[in-house]
Design a protein around this ligand. Structure first.
Ligand SMILES: [Zn+2]
Ligand SMILES: [Zn+2]
Length: 325
């Protein structure tokens, strides 16, 4: 089968690999779509601490079962939960698998699904509604992150929301904030291409250089060290800051402002099963409104092109199309 492989350094190759043979309690899924994101860029530029060369990338996956599983028949559309948790650390013991102390991911810590097929543990399979648009369902993984971010933020009906960063995550968070009842959603973005995508989603842009208290709730989807000192300045007194973007390390935050104006800061990481279930229903009901987030759908053989296009910023979200599409 064809698979997109990180070959070490900055080399990405399409390789012909044997179809994986699932061990007991695992199952084989024919891939419909594999979405690529910033994490894949980090892997493919040797910037990810855990990925090893020879890895098949791809953690944003939907496909079809190759054999029956429980009540699901062969061919049933499924989402693959890529989170790998240990089951025994204090977080896992409390049922908080998504903040497992040793959290890993399919497509980082084991071969992923930027391939014709992928073998995964059976308990990572989640059924998608029959007849779901698989191309739209390919957004379930990043959308689950956005759902959790909005839930974690404490946002209330009628709140004014501002989003920093109009990458795929910022756009999905802005969409979920709208669905969650925000009265107004604005966004800031440096790149003109991404700003255009935000406009295509009907979001109004606010100049990123002039932070001003315009929001009850801020979502920081940048992870950029230049942004962290400004986050408190976007929110009104008593406002909420939600950190979604992964910062590269310790970064400055204006804690004087946080204290004087009673600002709350909350972090959010990946998603729980409940968040995934909500993301699936968002795709079912609101799928077409999210279409501007996906800017290219290409065959697996275009995997290396997709990585370089994302790196260059000429595409926002690229889906690789597998045989079950
Ligand atoms: Zn991703
Ligand atoms: Zn654990």
């Amino acid at each position: 089968m064809q698979a997109v492989v990180w070959a070490g350094e900055s080399k990405v190759e399409v390789r012909d690999l044997p179809v994986p043979e699932p061990p007991p309690q695992w199952t084989l899924v024919d891939v419909a779509y594999a979405g690529l994101c910033g994490t894949d860029l980090h892997i493919c530029h040797n910037e990810h601490p855990r990925a090893k060369p020879g890895l098949v990338i791809g953690h944003e996956l939907v496909g079809r079962l190759t054999s029956p599983l429980g009540e699901l028949r062969a061919g049933a559309p499924v989402f693959i939960n890529p989170l790998l948790w240990c089951g025994i650390c204090p977080s896992c013991r409390l049922g908080r698998y998504h903040i497992c102390h040793r959290l890993g991911l399919i497509g980082i810590d084991m071969n992923g699904g930027a391939a014709e097929a992928v073998a995964v543990p059976e308990d990572h399979i989640l059924a998608l509604p029959a007849g779901v648009d698989m191309r739209r369902a390919a957004l379930v993984e990043p959308l689950s992150v956005a759902v959790r971010a909005v839930r974690r933020s404490g946002m209330r009906l009628g709140d004014r929301v501002h989003v920093l960063g109009a990458g795929p995550m910022g756009l999905l968070v802005a969409s979920c904030a709208r669905l969650g009842g925000a009265s107004e959603v604005t966004i800031s973005e440096v790149s003109p291409g991404r700003a255009r995508a935000a406009q295509a989603l009907g979001l109004s842009l606010v100049d990123h250089d002039s932070p001003q208290p315009i929001a009850d709730v801020l979502f920081d989807c940048t992870g950029h060290p230049a942004v962290s000192p400004t986050v408190s300045r976007w929110v009104l007194p008593g406002g909420l800051v939600t950190v979604i973007g992964a910062y590269p390390g310790v970064v400055p935050v204006n804690l004087q402002d946080v204290m004087f104006r009673e600002i709350s800061i909350v972090g959010t990481r990946v998603y729980s099963l409940e968040d995934i279930a909500a993301a699936i229903s968002v795709v079912e009901r609101e799928g077409p409104t999210l279409d501007p987030v996906v800017t290219a759908v290409v065959p697996l053989t275009e995997g290396p092109w997709a990585i370089s296009a994302l790196q260059a910023g000429s595409e926002l979200k690229v889906l690789l199309k597998g045989p079950a599409a």
